[in-house]
Design a protein around this ligand. Structure first.
Ligand code: MRU
Length: 351
């Protein structure tokens, strides 16, 4: 099967086509997004998901909105005001992954520079979106290479959620070493946590790894301790939604538990992420906003019948923060940061 493009800008640059990640692996559905409401809904419902992919979607959306404004004959000033409002609107779609805010800030910066007219502004936002796409290859291949270098050929890793090509770019962040390893005959095996409640591990990680020829085994989230105790896991590799200046890392709910287990069993715990996921403005993980989602994702979604009493209270935080003290290394496109992370992340950020 050909590589799936998570999102692309359509000809004419007024809309984007996405692979709807909520429908995989059952069916491959492409959707077209053009209005702010459509982009917002796609991000909020996880039709596009994964921190880098959400950032890219925001950048592509802003390029489309600018083109629409130019086509409607808006002046530069009117287009700019409209784009600022659209950026604020999109920013509220998901709070935790910093990549969304990061890309919207880039778009705001571009809007802040004087332009001759709305066409020139649209061209600049489109150029930025194109650059983003061009840089992806270097970023994700580099992360995958640094990650693979930390593993022995034939090693087995455990991963949580989905940090593969769909959520990032080819070959992904946490899944990159295994995918690159398969291409190079290094035979990295993967245990994938199913990742309750939205099952990104079961639905997307196993799908992407199988497509790439990686030996992948699906487990329920509550089996991670068992496979570690059985000596089956050589390293844990996960992605990130936001990394604070001290190394505390927000990622999909359940990641913290996996890190605690890895620490207990003396298994290295690696975070793999592009530098755009590092938020130096967050001093520690306590500053990271954590998204809370509907309890229906726990009670009813995926089931033919509700699996809990209708009136039961639910608490459904979508992310948790892993304490930097139990992270072995943070792998970026420009190098591997080791503890103490305050210094090493600052060095990586300036390289
Ligand atoms: O809610 P999601 O599916 O967007 O959460 C995704 C994750 O937590 C990923 O591990 C993270 O974004 C890393 S890279 C895709």
């Amino acid at each position: 099967m050909a590589r799936l493009e998570n999102i692309r800008i359509d000809e004419g640059c007024t809309s984007c086509t996405i692979v709807d990640q909520t429908r995989l692996p059952r069916e491959l559905v492409h959707r077209t997004l053009s209005t702010p409401e459509e982009f917002y809904e796609a991000i909020a419902t996880l039709a596009v998901r994964g921190a880098p992919c959400i950032g890219k979607t925001a950048a592509f959306a802003m390029a489309c909105f600018a083109q629409q404004a130019a086509l409607e004959g808006c002046s530069f000033e009117d287009a700019r005001e409209r784009l600022y409002a659209q950026a604020d609107y999109l920013q509220a779609s998901r709070p935790t992954a910093v990549n969304l805010a990061y890309e919207l800030d880039r778009a705001r910066e571009i809007c802040g520079k004087t332009a001759q007219d709305a066409w020139q502004l649209a061209q600049r936002l489109r150029d930025h979106a194109c650059d983003l796409e061009k840089n992806e290859k270097r970023i994700y291949e580099s992360i995958a290479r640094f990650g693979l270098d930390l593993l022995e050929p034939g090693a087995t890793i455990l991963t949580h959620c989905n940090a593969g090509p769909l959520g990032c770019g080819w070959p992904g962040t946490a899944l990159g070493p295994a995918i690159l390893g398969a291409a190079e005959g290094k035979h990295i095996k993967v245990y994938a946590d199913e990742t309750r409640p939205l099952l990104q591990g079961a639905r997307l990680t196993t799908f992407e790894l199988s497509q790439a020829g990686v030996d992948v085994t699906l487990i329920c989230d509550n089996m991670a301790a068992t496979v570690m105790a059985q000596g089956k896991i050589d390293a844990v590799m996960v992605g990130a939604d936001r990394i604070a200046a001290n190394g505390d890392t927000a990622n999909k709910i359940g990641t913290y538990g996996v890190a605690v287990l890895a620490n207990h069993f003396g298994i290295p715990f690696y975070v793999l992420a592009p530098k755009s996921t590092i938020d130096i403005a967050c001093t520690t993980g306590a500053d990271i906003p954590i998204e809370e989602r509907s309890g229906d994702e726990i009670k009813t979604m995926w089931y033919e019948q509700p699996m809990a009493p209708e009136e039961v209270q639910c608490y459904n935080p979508a992310f948790d923060v892993t304490d930097a003290k139990i992270i072995s290394a943070i792998i970026t496109e420009d190098g591997v940061a080791y503890p103490p992370f305050e210094e090493s992340l600052r060095e990586v950020m300036s390289s």
